[in-house]
Design a protein around this ligand. Structure first.
Ligand SMILES: Cc1cc2nc3c(=O)[nH]c(=O)nc-3n(C[C@H](O)[C@H](O)[C@H](O)COP(=O)(O)OP(=O)(O)OC[C@H]3O[C@@H](n4cnc5c(N)ncnc54)[C@H](O)[C@@H]3O)c2cc1C
Length: 459
């Protein structure tokens, strides 16, 4: 048994250790370095330490997935929200000098929270003030800063032209910085490829604080930052984008099937058809478990939804010929502008376009706390395989699970596989995916692989 003297000594040692370590915490020296290095007194208003009353709200502002917002989540020592390039350069210099890691945050949508958490002492460089968008309709280009949301980009393009667009994801709160850095795909994937395929130039800060463009960084680095994963090479400040033409009117449709309506067979057939449809067709199937209206038992709802870069009159004969099993009718289809189709796919139909500018509004169809994972597959899943998958979806523990299949193909097959580091352009399959359902972890490994599709699971 320990003596009272020993306990007292132990307490004193602990107290001394903690007071000492707090006084000499690396971020104090970092802060001093930052104020000296930036040579700009205004920077103090852009720095948030844990003692600052705004620290929590700044941290949470784009920490979308509340899974990374628990009391156990590692928090940054400092958040810097630069307004000038020199602030970023000073932050990089001082964090290196004082042995602190940095995390760059644009839209904060990283599936694993990599822009907001780290296992070592770290600093967040939050690009919230780097969000300008300049659209040049005549030359079909745009310069966009990484901290802008995709919604801001889409709004600024639509404001100037309804016949131009940028190929990227539909969710308007995703950040340009992380999205393009990872490849980035959305409604125009089959017609125009990835977001990264449509980048012409970039402004980049490397680990030494040098500001580089495509010419000065060289083609190797320019290749790497377009799909090689955000945060791997440095900080991309802005991107020069090639805008693509879209028709004044496009067609969206949505057809639903449940298991009792042969959903399994139609999904199975879709796998053979979707990736070989004309490039103008973007095609997805969304799957989730619901209660059957017939007997109240669990069933699977399959929502086949598409965007077609053309009219209803062009689409109907095409689908009748290529995919009669779907039974698409005129009533399932609506013509609208491209930007409206984006709103519909975003779960924001009938909302004013200005909502795209609101990067703090949560996407209504995504739960605030989720585990999402993508898998890329290349051989069609057999009916038996689909039945296995669907039986998981009808399980109570998967009540909040959604699976989204997105057909690749189209121009994705024609762009050389090594054009960018995005590794899933061709038919590449990781063959397994894992989901968290509530607190229970389940693993599903398809017996056979599937299709050149992307599978996204949101719980
Ligand atoms: C609801 C939801 C829907 C999605 N839908 C799609 C989809 O349809 N298509 C698709 O392709 N993807 C989709 N994604 C994935 C999304 O594109 C990526 O998670 C993307 O990295 C998010 O970018 P961000 O800037 O919002 O994230 P952040 O969390 O800010 O950044 C992601 C990563 O990039 C790094 N990074 C951020 N900014 C920069 C920068 N300026 N320079 C260098 N590195 C940087 C971060 O450090 C982090 O490692 C979706 C994600 C969510 C949550």
């Amino acid at each position: 048994m320990k003596s009272p003297q020993f306990s007292m000594l132990f307490t004193l040692v602990l107290t001394a250790f903690f007071s000492f370590s707090w006084a000499t915490l690396p971020h104090q020296s970092f802060l001093q370095c930052l104020s000296l290095r930036s040579n700009d007194s205004s920077i103090s208003k852009l720095i948030f330490t844990r003692t600052n009353s705004s620290y929590g709200s700044v941290l949470d502002s784009t920490l979308w997935n509340l899974r990374f917002n628990s009391t156990n989540t590692p928090k940054p020592l400092v958040i810097v929200t630069p307004t000038q390039i020199s602030h970023i350069q000073a932050t990089i210099h001082c964090s290196r000098k004082h042995g602190l890691q940095t995390r760059t945050r644009s839209g904060g949508h990283d599936y694993e929270g990599l822009s907001s958490i780290a296992k070592v002492p770290f600093i967040i460089i939050d690009l919230v003030h780097f969000r300008s968008v300049d659209v040049d309709v005549e030359n079909r280009i745009a310069w966009v800063q990484s901290g802008a949301s995709l919604g801001e980009l889409y709004y600024r393009i639509a404001e100037k032209s309804t016949k131009l667009a940028f190929p990227a994801a539909v969710f308007h709160t995703i950040g340009v910085g992380g999205h393009i850095s990872g490849g980035g795909f959305g409604l125009l994937l089959r017609k125009y490829g990835l977001a990264a395929d449509n980048v012409l130039d970039a402004q980049f800060i490397d680990v030494n604080g040098r500001v580089l463009d495509r010419k000065s960084m060289g083609e190797d680095l320019f290749w790497a930052i377009r799909g090689g994963g955000g945060g791997s090479f440095g900080i991309v400040l802005s991107w020069k984008l090639s805008l693509v033409p879209v028709p004044a009117n496009v067609t969206v449709f949505s057809v639903t099937r449940v298991l009792e309506q042969n959903a399994t067979e139609v999904v199975h057939r879709w796998q053979y058809i979707a990736r070989d449809l004309p490039d103008e067709v973007y095609s997805t199937v969304i799957l989730r478990g619901i209660n059957s209206t017939q007997d109240g038992r669990k069933t699977v709802l399959a929502i086949f939804s598409s965007l077609f870069l053309g009219t209803i009159n062009e689409l109907l004969p095409l689908m009748e010929q290529r995919f009669p099993e779907l039974g698409l009718t005129r009533q399932n289809c609506t013509e609208m502008s491209y930007i409206q189709s984006l709103m519909v796919n975003n779960g924001l139909p009938n909302q004013p376009l200005e909502i795209l500018l609101n990067w703090t509004s949560r996407v209504p169809i995504v739960s605030p706390s989720y585990k999402a994972k993508s898998d890329y597959v290349k051989e069609p899943i057999s009916v038996t395989g689909l039945n296995g998958l669907f039986s998981r979806l009808t399980d109570e523990t998967a009540a909040l699970t959604t699976i989204v299949f997105v057909a690749f193909g189209g121009i994705m097959d024609r762009i050389p596989e090594n054009a960018t580091p995005f590794p899933h352009r061709a038919e590449i399959c990781t063959r397994s995916f894992m989901t968290w359902v509530g607190k229970k972890k389940t693993t599903y490994t398809p017996k056979d692989t599937s299709i050149g599709l992307e599978v996204l699971i949101v719980i």
